[in-house]
Write a protein that binds this ligand. Structure first.
Ligand SMILES: CC(C)(COP(=O)(O)OP(=O)(O)OC[C@H]1O[C@@H](n2cnc3c(N)ncnc32)[C@H](O)[C@@H]1OP(=O)(O)O)[C@@H](O)C(=O)NCCC(=O)NCCS
Length: 195
Protein backbone atom coordinates (compact mmCIF):
# COMPACT_ATOMS: atom_id res chain seq x y z
CA UNK A 1 0.00 0.00 0.00
CA UNK A 2 1.23 3.47 -0.83
CA UNK A 3 1.87 5.95 1.93
CA UNK A 4 1.02 9.62 1.59
CA UNK A 5 1.44 12.54 3.97
CA UNK A 6 -1.55 14.85 4.44
CA UNK A 7 -0.94 18.54 5.05
CA UNK A 8 -3.53 21.34 5.29
CA UNK A 9 -4.39 22.75 1.88
CA UNK A 10 -3.57 26.45 1.67
CA UNK A 11 -4.57 29.20 -0.74
CA UNK A 12 -0.97 29.62 -1.92
CA UNK A 13 -1.13 26.01 -3.21
CA UNK A 14 -4.08 26.61 -5.55
CA UNK A 15 -1.79 26.70 -8.58
CA UNK A 16 -0.72 23.11 -7.80
CA UNK A 17 -4.28 21.80 -7.79
CA UNK A 18 -6.17 23.88 -10.35
CA UNK A 19 -4.57 22.18 -13.40
CA UNK A 20 -6.01 18.83 -12.21
CA UNK A 21 -9.43 20.34 -12.90
CA UNK A 22 -8.70 20.79 -16.62
CA UNK A 23 -9.08 17.00 -16.86
CA UNK A 24 -12.40 15.76 -18.29
CA UNK A 25 -13.04 13.17 -15.55
CA UNK A 26 -12.35 15.68 -12.79
CA UNK A 27 -14.73 18.12 -14.44
CA UNK A 28 -17.38 15.45 -14.89
CA UNK A 29 -17.39 14.29 -11.27
CA UNK A 30 -16.35 17.36 -9.31
CA UNK A 31 -16.21 20.55 -11.38
CA UNK A 32 -13.92 22.91 -13.24
CA UNK A 33 -10.80 24.84 -12.19
CA UNK A 34 -12.82 27.15 -9.92
CA UNK A 35 -13.71 24.20 -7.64
CA UNK A 36 -10.64 24.23 -5.32
CA UNK A 37 -10.91 27.98 -4.72
CA UNK A 38 -14.62 27.59 -3.97
CA UNK A 39 -13.77 24.89 -1.41
CA UNK A 40 -11.37 27.26 0.35
CA UNK A 41 -13.94 30.08 0.28
CA UNK A 42 -16.56 27.75 1.77
CA UNK A 43 -14.17 26.80 4.55
CA UNK A 44 -14.20 30.40 5.79
CA UNK A 45 -17.98 30.49 6.28
CA UNK A 46 -19.60 29.81 9.66
CA UNK A 47 -20.55 26.21 10.37
CA UNK A 48 -24.22 25.59 9.60
CA UNK A 49 -26.94 22.96 9.44
CA UNK A 50 -26.96 20.74 6.35
CA UNK A 51 -29.74 18.32 5.53
CA UNK A 52 -30.74 17.93 9.16
CA UNK A 53 -27.21 17.52 10.52
CA UNK A 54 -25.11 20.13 12.32
CA UNK A 55 -21.76 20.82 10.70
CA UNK A 56 -18.95 20.45 13.25
CA UNK A 57 -15.83 21.00 11.14
CA UNK A 58 -14.25 21.35 7.70
CA UNK A 59 -10.84 19.95 6.83
CA UNK A 60 -8.89 20.10 3.57
CA UNK A 61 -5.56 18.51 2.82
CA UNK A 62 -3.08 17.99 0.04
CA UNK A 63 -1.56 14.52 -0.13
CA UNK A 64 2.18 14.47 -0.64
CA UNK A 65 4.51 11.70 -1.68
CA UNK A 66 8.02 12.96 -0.96
CA UNK A 67 7.96 16.53 -2.37
CA UNK A 68 5.20 15.99 -4.92
CA UNK A 69 1.52 16.82 -4.38
CA UNK A 70 -0.42 13.82 -5.70
CA UNK A 71 -3.96 14.55 -4.56
CA UNK A 72 -6.46 16.58 -2.58
CA UNK A 73 -8.94 15.26 -0.04
CA UNK A 74 -11.42 17.02 2.21
CA UNK A 75 -13.69 15.98 5.03
CA UNK A 76 -16.74 17.81 6.33
CA UNK A 77 -17.79 16.64 9.77
CA UNK A 78 -21.30 16.46 11.22
CA UNK A 79 -22.92 15.55 14.51
CA UNK A 80 -24.87 12.73 12.81
CA UNK A 81 -25.48 11.10 9.46
CA UNK A 82 -28.78 11.74 7.76
CA UNK A 83 -30.56 10.13 4.87
CA UNK A 84 -31.96 12.93 2.75
CA UNK A 85 -34.75 12.68 0.27
CA UNK A 86 -34.89 16.21 -1.02
CA UNK A 87 -35.88 17.86 -4.24
CA UNK A 88 -39.40 18.76 -5.39
CA UNK A 89 -41.91 16.80 -3.33
CA UNK A 90 -39.10 15.31 -1.26
CA UNK A 91 -39.57 14.27 2.34
CA UNK A 92 -36.38 15.79 3.73
CA UNK A 93 -34.59 13.69 6.38
CA UNK A 94 -35.89 10.13 6.26
CA UNK A 95 -33.28 8.44 8.44
CA UNK A 96 -30.52 9.18 10.89
CA UNK A 97 -27.43 7.45 12.16
CA UNK A 98 -26.87 9.35 15.41
CA UNK A 99 -23.09 9.20 15.43
CA UNK A 100 -20.38 11.71 14.45
CA UNK A 101 -19.93 11.46 10.68
CA UNK A 102 -17.35 12.65 8.18
CA UNK A 103 -18.10 13.15 4.50
CA UNK A 104 -15.09 12.97 2.18
CA UNK A 105 -14.37 14.03 -1.39
CA UNK A 106 -11.13 13.83 -3.31
CA UNK A 107 -9.21 14.16 -6.54
CA UNK A 108 -5.91 12.65 -7.66
CA UNK A 109 -3.53 14.37 -10.08
CA UNK A 110 -4.55 12.94 -13.50
CA UNK A 111 -0.89 12.08 -14.17
CA UNK A 112 -0.81 9.89 -11.05
CA UNK A 113 -4.06 7.94 -11.26
CA UNK A 114 -4.46 4.16 -10.97
CA UNK A 115 -1.39 3.89 -8.75
CA UNK A 116 -3.15 3.57 -5.41
CA UNK A 117 -3.01 7.22 -4.32
CA UNK A 118 -6.75 7.61 -3.75
CA UNK A 119 -6.87 4.52 -1.57
CA UNK A 120 -3.84 5.80 0.36
CA UNK A 121 -5.43 9.25 0.86
CA UNK A 122 -8.72 7.83 2.10
CA UNK A 123 -6.89 5.50 4.49
CA UNK A 124 -4.75 8.40 5.73
CA UNK A 125 -7.76 10.65 6.34
CA UNK A 126 -9.39 8.07 8.59
CA UNK A 127 -6.24 8.12 10.76
CA UNK A 128 -6.04 11.91 11.15
CA UNK A 129 -6.07 12.94 14.84
CA UNK A 130 -8.57 15.75 14.09
CA UNK A 131 -11.04 13.07 13.00
CA UNK A 132 -10.49 10.61 15.85
CA UNK A 133 -14.05 11.23 17.11
CA UNK A 134 -15.64 10.31 13.76
CA UNK A 135 -17.53 7.02 13.85
CA UNK A 136 -18.76 6.89 10.26
CA UNK A 137 -16.87 8.02 7.17
CA UNK A 138 -18.93 8.44 4.01
CA UNK A 139 -18.58 9.42 0.36
CA UNK A 140 -21.31 10.05 -2.18
CA UNK A 141 -20.53 8.68 -5.65
CA UNK A 142 -22.39 8.46 -8.91
CA UNK A 143 -22.56 4.84 -9.99
CA UNK A 144 -20.66 5.43 -13.26
CA UNK A 145 -17.62 6.83 -11.45
CA UNK A 146 -15.70 3.54 -11.53
CA UNK A 147 -12.46 5.03 -10.22
CA UNK A 148 -14.09 6.48 -7.13
CA UNK A 149 -16.11 3.31 -6.46
CA UNK A 150 -12.93 1.23 -6.89
CA UNK A 151 -11.04 3.42 -4.47
CA UNK A 152 -13.75 3.28 -1.81
CA UNK A 153 -14.16 -0.49 -2.03
CA UNK A 154 -10.42 -0.91 -1.74
CA UNK A 155 -10.42 1.35 1.35
CA UNK A 156 -13.05 -0.84 3.02
CA UNK A 157 -16.15 1.25 2.30
CA UNK A 158 -19.46 -0.39 1.40
CA UNK A 159 -22.73 1.08 0.10
CA UNK A 160 -25.16 2.12 2.80
CA UNK A 161 -27.85 1.51 0.21
CA UNK A 162 -26.88 0.10 -3.20
CA UNK A 163 -29.79 1.88 -4.88
CA UNK A 164 -28.87 5.38 -6.10
CA UNK A 165 -30.86 8.12 -4.40
CA UNK A 166 -33.01 10.69 -6.22
CA UNK A 167 -29.83 12.57 -7.18
CA UNK A 168 -28.28 9.41 -8.66
CA UNK A 169 -25.79 9.11 -5.81
CA UNK A 170 -24.82 6.01 -3.84
CA UNK A 171 -23.36 6.70 -0.42
CA UNK A 172 -20.48 4.47 0.61
CA UNK A 173 -19.53 4.26 4.26
CA UNK A 174 -17.05 2.79 6.63
CA UNK A 175 -17.70 2.59 10.35
CA UNK A 176 -14.64 3.10 12.52
CA UNK A 177 -15.85 0.44 14.95
CA UNK A 178 -18.26 -2.44 14.57
CA UNK A 179 -21.76 -1.55 13.37
CA UNK A 180 -23.00 -3.88 16.14
CA UNK A 181 -22.10 -1.13 18.58
CA UNK A 182 -24.71 1.12 16.94
CA UNK A 183 -28.22 -0.23 17.35
CA UNK A 184 -30.82 2.09 15.85
CA UNK A 185 -31.73 4.84 18.30
CA UNK A 186 -35.45 5.61 18.59
CA UNK A 187 -37.03 5.80 15.17
CA UNK A 188 -33.72 6.22 13.36
CA UNK A 189 -32.84 4.09 10.38
CA UNK A 190 -29.52 2.38 9.77
CA UNK A 191 -29.53 2.69 6.01
CA UNK A 192 -28.29 5.24 3.55
CA UNK A 193 -27.31 8.79 4.14
CA UNK A 194 -26.52 11.97 2.41
CA UNK A 195 -24.13 14.74 3.04
C1 LIG B 1 -11.50 8.75 -8.42
C2 LIG B 1 -10.02 8.98 -8.32
C3 LIG B 1 -9.75 9.89 -7.12
C4 LIG B 1 -9.32 7.63 -8.13
O1 LIG B 1 -7.95 7.88 -7.87
P1 LIG B 1 -6.81 6.78 -8.12
O2 LIG B 1 -5.61 7.23 -7.36
O3 LIG B 1 -6.67 6.54 -9.55
O4 LIG B 1 -7.46 5.50 -7.40
P2 LIG B 1 -6.63 4.21 -6.92
O5 LIG B 1 -5.38 4.08 -7.76
O6 LIG B 1 -6.46 4.27 -5.44
O7 LIG B 1 -7.62 3.05 -7.35
C5 LIG B 1 -8.37 2.25 -6.46
C6 LIG B 1 -8.99 1.12 -7.22
O8 LIG B 1 -9.91 1.64 -8.18
C7 LIG B 1 -9.56 1.19 -9.47
N1 LIG B 1 -9.73 2.30 -10.43
C8 LIG B 1 -9.13 3.48 -10.40
N2 LIG B 1 -9.52 4.23 -11.46
C9 LIG B 1 -10.37 3.44 -12.16
C10 LIG B 1 -11.13 3.65 -13.34
N3 LIG B 1 -11.09 4.82 -14.01
N4 LIG B 1 -11.92 2.63 -13.79
C11 LIG B 1 -12.00 1.48 -13.11
N5 LIG B 1 -11.31 1.23 -11.96
C12 LIG B 1 -10.51 2.20 -11.50
C13 LIG B 1 -8.10 0.86 -9.40
O9 LIG B 1 -7.76 -0.06 -10.41
C14 LIG B 1 -7.95 0.32 -8.01
O10 LIG B 1 -8.28 -1.03 -7.91
P3 LIG B 1 -7.15 -2.17 -8.10
O11 LIG B 1 -6.02 -1.80 -7.19
O12 LIG B 1 -7.87 -3.43 -7.72
O13 LIG B 1 -6.71 -2.12 -9.51
C15 LIG B 1 -9.45 9.66 -9.59
O14 LIG B 1 -9.82 8.88 -10.72
C16 LIG B 1 -9.96 11.09 -9.77
O15 LIG B 1 -9.34 12.04 -9.27
N6 LIG B 1 -11.10 11.23 -10.49
C17 LIG B 1 -11.69 12.57 -10.73
C18 LIG B 1 -12.30 13.17 -9.47
C19 LIG B 1 -13.34 12.25 -8.82
O16 LIG B 1 -14.03 11.49 -9.48
N7 LIG B 1 -13.45 12.37 -7.47
C20 LIG B 1 -14.39 11.59 -6.73
C21 LIG B 1 -15.74 12.24 -6.73
S1 LIG B 1 -16.92 11.18 -5.90
Amino acid sequence: MRCVRLQPFERKQLSLVEPWFLDADTQRWLGGPAWPRQMLDLADRPLAEFRGAAETGRYRWLAWEHDKAVGYIDCGTYDRWTTWEGGPGGRGVIGTIPRPAGSISYVVDPASRCRGYCTAMVTAVMAMPELAHIRLFTAGVEAANAGSVGCLLKAGFRPLNPEPDREGVVYYARFTISCDAYPPAGDSHQTAGSG
